[in-house]
Design a protein. Structure first.
Length: 373
C-alpha cells in the first residue's frame, strides 16, 4: 500500500507538472506592436524592440502583474505608404491578442474594424476619432490640442505637413478631428521638400488666409532631428511671421516626453537665427519627472538597455513604447481580476476601467489613460 501511494504521488506530481507546463503556454498574452519603424526619424530612432523588451523585463518583476499572465511582444512594421500599410494591416491577424498601434491616424478606422473581426484588443495612439473602438494608450493628441487652443482662445488654426504619406495623412486627420470638435481649421497644406521654396510656398498659403495665427506642424521636431521643421521655422523667421506673432505647435511632441529638464540643445545654442525662429514654437508634450535622456543613460548603466548608443541619438518615442506596453498589460490584469481570473480576450480590453497607477519610463507615476500631459 505504501508503494502504491508513492507511485500515485509520483504520477500525480507528473500530471500536475504537465498541467503546469500547459498552463504556462496558455497564459502567455501576446501583444503586437505596430508602427512605421522605417519611415521617419521619430520612429526609426525609437529602438522599439529594446523598449518593448525593457517593459517585458519590468513586467516580470511587478508583483501586481506576476499573478496573471506572461507577456510577449511581436514587432510588426507599418508601411510608409498608406495604401500598402492598409493592405498589410489586413494580413496581421493572429500575431497578438491585442495590437498596440498603428500610429498613422488614417489607419485607425480599418485597424478598429479588423481588431473587432479578430476579437482582438486595439490600443492605438493614432486614433483621433472617439467613435471607433480603441483603448487609448495615451491621451488623444486631438483632445490635448483642443484644450490648449481653447485655453488661449485661438479660434483659427492652420495645419502644415511634411510631404510624406505618414505626415500628410496625419495632418488631414488632425484637421478633421479638430473640426469635429467645432474648431475652424484652414488651410491644411503640405510643405514640398523637393524644391527650396517649398516652405515659403506653404507659409504664404497660410498667411494669405489672414485669419490663422496658429500653425500645427505635422513633421518630426527639429530637436530630435527633424530637418523639415528647421527649414520651415527659418523660412517663417525670414518672412517676418515670427515677428508678426505666429505660433507654431509641433504635433509629434504630443506622442512622447520631449526632454526639457536641465538640458541644452546645441542645435539652438549654436545657431542664433534658429534660436530666434524657435521662440515662436509652443511645445506641448507629455509630463515627465526626469529627462528622457537621463533615464535612458541610467538604464544603460544598470545594463537594462544593452546598447552603447548615445541617449541623444534615441527618439524619446522609446519611452512612449515602454509606457504603452506596460499600460496594456495593466489593463489585461485589471480585466483578469474583474473576470474572476478567467482568460481575458483582447476584445474585453475595451471595457477596461483604468484607474490604476504604474511607473512609466521617465514618469514616477502614471494614471490610467489621462496621465501624461
Amino acid at each position: 500500500t505504501k508503494v502504491t501511494k508513492m507511485q500515485l504521488a509520483s504520477l500525480l506530481g507528473l500530471s500536475i507538472w504537465l498541467l503546469y507546463i500547459k498552463d504556462v503556454g496558455a497564459a502567455t498574452f501576446k501583444l503586437a506592436l505596430v508602427g512605421p519603424w522605417s519611415c521617419d526619424p521619430l520612429f526609426s530612432r525609437a529602438m522599439p524592440v529594446a523598449a518593448a523588451n525593457l517593459a517585458l523585463s519590468r513586467l516580470r518583476t511587478d508583483s501586481y502583474l506576476s499573478r496573471g499572465y506572461w507577456y510577449d511582444v511581436k514587432l510588426l512594421n507599418e508601411d510608409c505608404s498608406v495604401s500598402k500599410a492598409l493592405t498589410e494591416l489586413g494580413e496581421m491577424e493572429g500575431y497578438g491578442h491585442a495590437y498596440i498601434g498603428p500610429f498613422n491616424p488614417t489607419l485607425c478606422h480599418a485597424a478598429s474594424l479588423f481588431a473587432q473581426h479578430w476579437e482582438a484588443g486595439l490600443a492605438s495612439p493614432g486614433c483621433l476619432d472617439a467613435d471607433w473602438l480603441n483603448l487609448p494608450p495615451i491621451t488623444s493628441p486631438a483632445k490635448v490640442l483642443i484644450t490648449v487652443l481653447r485655453f488661449f482662445r485661438w479660434a483659427h488654426v492652420a495645419v502644415i505637413s511634411a510631404a510624406t504619406d505618414l505626415w500628410e495623412s496625419t495632418g488631414e486627420e488632425v484637421a478633421s478631428a479638430l473640426r469635429a470638435m467645432g474648431l475652424p481649421i484652414d488651410p491644411v497644406v503640405t510643405m514640398e521638400t523637393k524644391n527650396k521654396g517649398g516652405a515659403r510656398d506653404a507659409l504664404n498659403e497660410i498667411r494669405q488666409t489672414n485669419k490663422a495665427k496658429v500653425v500645427i506642424m505635422c513633421m518630426s521636431s527639429i530637436l530630435i532631428g527633424g530637418e523639415h521643421q528647421k527649414e520651415l521655422l527659418l523660412a517663417a523667421l525670414d518672412m517676418g511671421m515670427v515677428a508678426d506673432g505666429y505660433i507654431f505647435i509641433p504635433y509629434d511632441a504630443l506622442l512622447y516626453a520631449m526632454p526639457y529638464q536641465d538640458i541644452t540643445f546645441p542645435l539652438l545654442t549654436n545657431n542664433t537665427q534658429l534660436r530666434h525662429a524657435y521662440s515662436a514654437v509652443l511645445t506641448v508634450t507629455m509630463a515627465s519627472d526626469e529627462s528622457f535622456y537621463e533615464t535612458f543613460r541610467q538604464a544603460q548603466i544598470t545594463r537594462e538597455i544593452r546598447s552603447a548608443i548615445s541617449a541623444t541619438e534615441v527618439s524619446p518615442l522609446f519611452g512612449t513604447i515602454f509606457n504603452m506596453v506596460y499600460f496594456v498589460a495593466k489593463s489585461v490584469e485589471e480585466r483578469r481580476q474583474a473576470g474572476g481570473g478567467n482568460w481575458v480576450t483582447g476584445s474585453q480590453l475595451f471595457n477596461s476601467e483604468g484607474g490604476f497607477d504604474f511607473k512609466g519610463f521617465n514618469q514616477v507615476k502614471t494614471h490610467e489613460k489621462e496621465h501624461f500631459y
